[in-house]
Write a protein that binds this ligand. Structure first.
Ligand code: TXA
Ligand code: MG
Length: 318
């Protein structure tokens, strides 16, 4: 098991030496290494068992640091960064040569984001390099939103886990690219309704099973080990059973023991639901239930990203 603590100087030292450190962000915990050190980045792929065709996001302390990694910053990207950084938004920008090809999986763009977490911003500001960091989970599994989640799965692969408490957003960053036109490749912590007034109209192009090189991600992802049945309340009521678990939006379902149900937000708040989603998937994956029913949430705001994650979790099943 890894040590969990708040010692930024220790985290800094380990990262300077090329080791892996898990870091908190407002979205999910990341598994970080020096983004400009190919050897250190290779360790990330190994620890996560992540295929090399899946590129990493590079975390920076500021827009200024981002400009050291990108050859240009399109107008819309600049506007978005100014408005939403630090925040749950990753921008795909044309990469400079100093960014190793391993980080970008050979693509000519690099995903960059400035995370909104005080501790990690302090760490980034103290380092002479940016941090490559995918979510700190084994490839394909649910992202971690607490230091304990990281420790349970990657505790023996990481030198230190920086404790930043429970993530406030709870769902990964929204990914936006600009070639040939401003496009969302992953729905995430920042909703389309909030982005568009600043960026102008955005295309949405999600998942690709046939071409994992395409920005965004694989369809089957974020998956617990247990089978997930996704549906509306009415649909789910046909699948209730004493051995089932359920993740519901506001109210529990009849026909399933209440102890095996997790309410994401009793007040029907989508932000709160997003924050609790991944912990709920993990908890029911460990609970004595045979399968998990998951209720779709209203498809608006961050609710779209919640439904996207649930759909992907439900795809990869026995
Ligand atoms: O909120 C987040 O973004 C978290 C925290 C730790 O910052 N990170 C995260 O990283 O979710 P990861 O590696 O789990 O997901 C990154 C996604 C991948 O699906 C990858 O395909 C995509 O970003 N990506 C990264 N660089 C890209 C690029 N140059 N072009 C297209 N997609 C890219
Ligand atoms: Mg991930």
């Amino acid at each position: 098991m890894a040590e969990i603590g708040k010692d930024i100087a220790r985290a800094r030292q380990l990262l300077m030496e090329g080791h892996l450190v898990a870091i908190p962000t407002e979205t999910v915990y990341g598994l970080a290494a020096n983004a400009l050190n190919e050897k250190a980045v290779l360790e990330i792929f190994k620890a996560k068992n992540r295929p090399h065709f899946d590129p990493l996001i590079v975390h920076v302390a500021s827009i200024e640091q981002a400009t050291t990694l990108a050859t240009s910053f399109p107008q819309e990207a600049k506007a978005l960064a100014k408005k939403f950084w630090p925040g749950p938004l990753t921008l795909l920008l044309p990469k400079k040569e100093i960014v190793p090809d391993l980080v970008t999986s050979g693509l000519n763009t690099v995903g960059i984001r400035c995370p909104d977490h005080t501790t990690t911003l302090q760490l980034l500001q103290s380092l002479p390099f940016p941090l490559a960091a995918p979510s700190a989970n084994p490839f394909g599994y649910v992202s971690p939103t607490t230091p304990q989640h990281v420790n349970e799965q990657l505790g023996d692969k990481v030198a230190y886990i920086v404790d930043g408490g429970e993530c406030s957003v709870g769902i990964e960053s929204t990914i936006v690219g600009f070639e040939p036109a401003p496009t969302v490749y992953r729905l995430g912590g920042l909703a389309l309704e909030i982005l568009e007034p600043v960026s102008g109209p955005l295309h949405v192009q999600l998942h690709s099973t046939s071409n994992p090189h395409a920005p965004g991600q694989l369809l089957s992802h974020y998956a617990p080990h247990k089978k997930i049945v996704l549906g509306t309340r009415t649909q789910l009521l046909e699948h209730t059973h004493a051995n089932a678990g359920a993740i519901v939006f506001e109210h529990i379902l009849t026909g399933i023991p209440a102890t095996h149900q997790i309410i994401l937000s009793a007040s029907g708040n989508l932000e709160e639901a997003a924050q609790h989603l991944f912990a709920a998937l993990r908890a029911l994956d460990k609970a004595p239930v045979d399968y998990i029913l998951a209720e779709v949430v209203p498809d608006t705001g961050i609710g779209r990203a919640i439904n996207d994650r649930l759909r992907r979790a439900a795809t990869l099943q026995n």
